[in-house]
Write a protein that binds this ligand. Structure first.
Ligand SMILES: Nc1ncnc2c1ncn2[C@@H]1O[C@H](COP(=O)(O)OP(=O)(O)OP(=O)(O)O)[C@@H](O)[C@H]1O
Length: 267
């Protein structure tokens, strides 16, 4: 370990990860995964989420952020490394098993059934516990009142921001303890982006730990307890959201232009 390392670089080392990840709700150690044989996208990635946290994952395009979420949710086979949920190995567990164990996942695209009503979309989310539908629907509608008010509207008729609420609502129907969100603010107007981040805080306050991949890095770090910067399938930096936002290296390499262009768009 070099003395010149910043605290955020140091925390991203495998040694520090092992020390800090002790007792985590969800942890991934030295993950290697990819889509095409022989091509690794995650190349020794470390990650952990403590109970009650919101953790953001940021980094350049193609860094492997979405791939990390998909791997945590059992959609991509792990080539090397381990994943544990509450200390239990889940490295090879498929998505439907993870849903039963309390993990919810909201993909970035094609995350609603457009020809189904809001209510039917949410019903799909409770297919493992159909008898609980009414109770769970009311609970989710208390977080997203619009879903209750417009329950008979087809999802295809909704705006992008409203669809995102349906997708999140569906993932919440199984009362997950961990929610994986892939770029929840992508493609939304600034107003709806803010709405998404506020909703995430509310969901978290209701007891759900959240992992969020985001292009809107600065806004993400504002609401996160901790963040990871991924680069080329590896951890580059990790720290609290506030520290990462003010780390000169992180700002220069990952937030400068991205944040500038996001802020210009908002004006
Ligand atoms: N289904 C797939 N098949 C093959 N390669 C893929 C697939 N999905 C993603 N990749 C490749 O994996 C790499 C990482 O993609 P990933 O979507 O994880 O990046 P990301 O950090 O989420 O970036 P972005 O912010 O652009 O979504 C990219 O090179 C991408 O082309």
């Amino acid at each position: 370990m070099s003395d010149a390392m910043t605290p955020a670089e140091l925390a991203a080392t495998p040694e520090e990860h092992v020390r800090l990840a002790e007792g985590a709700l969800l942890r991934a150690d030295d993950l290697v995964a990819g889509y095409i044989p022989g091509v690794d996208i995650l190349r020794g990635c470390n990650f952990f989420l403590r109970d009650g946290e919101i953790v953001g994952i940021i980094g350049p395009n193609g860094a492997g952020k979405s791939t990390l979420l998909k791997t945590l949710f059992g959609l991509i086979p792990v080539r090397h490394g381990d994943i544990h949920l509450r200390g239990e190995p889940i490295t090879a567990a498929p998505a439907h098993v993870l849903v039963r164990k309390g993990v919810g996942y909201v993909p970035q695209t094609r995350n609603v059934f457009p020809s189904m009503t809001i209510e039917e979309n949410l019903e799909m989310g409770s297919y493992l516990r159909p008898k609980m539908f009414a109770e769970q629907f009311d609970r989710v509608a208390s977080l997203f009142p619009l879903l209750g008010e417009r329950r008979r509207i087809k999802a295809g008729a909704l705006s992008g921001g409203e669809r995102q609420m349906v997708a999140m609502g569906r993932a919440l129907m199984m009362e997950p303890s961990v929610l994986l969100l892939d770029e929840p603010s992508a493609g939304l107007s600034p107003m709806f982006q803010d709405e998404v981040f506020i909703r995430c805080k509310k969901i978290n306050a209701a007891g759900v730990s959240i992992i969020m991949v985001e292009q809107n890095a600065r806004r993400c770090l504002q609401i996160c307890d901790r963040g990871y910067v991924l680069d080329q399938g590896r951890n580059a930096y990790t720290d609290t959201g506030a520290h990462l936002m003010n780390d000169p290296k992180v700002v220069e390499l990952y937030l400068g232009t991205l944040a500038g262009s996001q802020e210009k768009k908002r004006l």
